[in-house]
Each structure stands twice: as structure tokens, then as C-alpha cells.
Design a protein around this ligand. Sequence first.
Ligand SMILES: [Zn+2]
Length: 313
Amino acid sequence: MNDHTAPFRTAINSVTWPDWVTWTVTFTQKTRSTIRVGGAGQLTLDVGTSSTPDRVAVYIQAEHTKLLAEAEAMRDRANLVTKQLVSGEGFNFAGRPYRLRVVRPDGRSIGRDAVRQVTVNPGAMCADEPGPSGWSGHRSWQLTLRVDANERHIIDWYRRRGLELLNERIPPLADRLGLKPGLRWRVRSYRPGARVSGSWGTYSNQTRTVALDWLAFQLPAPMLDYLIAHEVAHGVPGSRGHDKVWQSAMDRVCHGWRELRTPVRKCSGLTLWTGQVEPRPAGWPYDFDTENDPAPETSGWDVLSRELEGANR
Ligand SMILES: [Zn+2]
């Protein structure tokens, strides 16, 4: 099969990029192409329907220095990504990787393995469950999303599961630190576009409330543990900021916290989903044979492949 991204990758590589830069090429149904500079040296070319590899090459050569400067500035930050709500998309929760499985309301899967997959949560808009065990024998995990659900349902799932996790983790931490009853906690929303660095969580002295962004539940388990301990330790009476009292509390409840502090603040190299989604590909789902699912009137992929064939001639 033809790799449609190949001519565009050649165009990108008509200039030299340092090895910490990685490129992703996607196709959009918009007319114009755009380039997005993410964190951790991740650049994305969204190829518009009117773009040719030649035009992309000209643009890349003209903007090379500027793009590199932007990538350099973003290098030390998390890479914030959007997702497509199609089967196979990956989501992390507390260090556990989930694969998205889009299902009909009756629980049957949509997609190429529609017959093989059966959900244990039929009717649920969004639920997690054990996935099919893989050929390697490792248990996989599945996030089941009803076809009529959207990203809000996934974010709600993160917030719900996040709160359950805090319900489990915070009381023993508070006990070990000798905090008096009345500590509260919540998982808060995140506004796409807001700055992501440093403050994944807060502790309010006035209301004695720990608040964590739902995004933070995508961090690897040790980083998430650190983050929870960090905020709870702010609740130790007499501690101010990250003073000696706070530090000795951290020594008691979070092994190796000093090494985790900067990585958690910067999250450099981590890929995080901000809750934003891209439209599903034209023609999706491939074998969803219901009468309420009208065929898309135009297929962006046809337009694109015609254009690419023209460009290759
Ligand atoms: Zn703090």
C-alpha cells in the first residue's frame, strides 16, 4: 500500500533537523496546510487538500529557522496532543495504558473486529474494562466508548476514576502525616489552551482542599504518586510553601521525591491529551451498517489521493 505521507516527509527533510525533533504527518480536510509545534520537539504537519509536497518543501525551507526556534522554546514541555475517537486510540490512566474500543449501544464493536469483541459494559457511554489478553499473555485494558458518546464522556471518566483513586490514596497519606479530619479533595477541569507546566495541582489552606487537574492522571504512576503526596503534604500544620516542614513530610510519605520534583513540573517528553479531538476520518466507521449513519457526501481521502497521484506524475 502507498504511504501517502512519504512525499511530504521528503519535503520536510529537504532541510536538516536535529535528532530531538520528530515529525508527524496527518491529512486534514481543510484546504490549507498547517504546522503545529508541540512540546518535547514534536512537530506536526497537517496537510491540507490544496497542498503539494513541492509547496510544503518551499514553505519548510523558508520557515526552517523560525520553526526550529519555536521547537527549541517548547522542547522542555509536555507534548499536548489531540485524539481521534476511533478504535485503537490510546489513553493512559495512572500508568495503565488503555485502548479505545468504539461500540454500538448494544456493546458490539464497530470496526474490523466487530464480531470478535464483546464489551462487559453494554449501554455505558464510557467505561473501562479488561481488554482481550494479548498474544504475549499480557493483560490489556480497554476503554469502551459508545459511538454516540464524545470526548466529554472520556473526560468525565478521567475525573470519576481520578476521584476514586484519590479516595483510595489520600486518607492513608493524611493518616501517616497526622492531619486532622476535614481534608477534602477534588479533580478539576482543564481549559484547553491553558498553560500546562508546574501546577497540576493546588492545595488551599482556607478550604483544606487538594485539587488536581484531570490531565495529571495521565502521568506515569510514580509521578502521579509524587503529585498527590506533594499536595497532601501542604496540609501539614505549620508548613509554608515548600519549607522544611513540607520537605520532612515528603521524606515520610514519598520515597525519592527530590528526583521527581523537576520532571513532574516540566513533564518534558511526556505526551498528554488535553481533551481536544479531531474529526473521525471520512468514511468512518468502515462497516457501520445502520440506516442512521448517512454516508459522507465527499471523501477527503479521494480528493487527496487524486492530488497526490497528480503530484507524483
Ligand atoms: Zn507545592
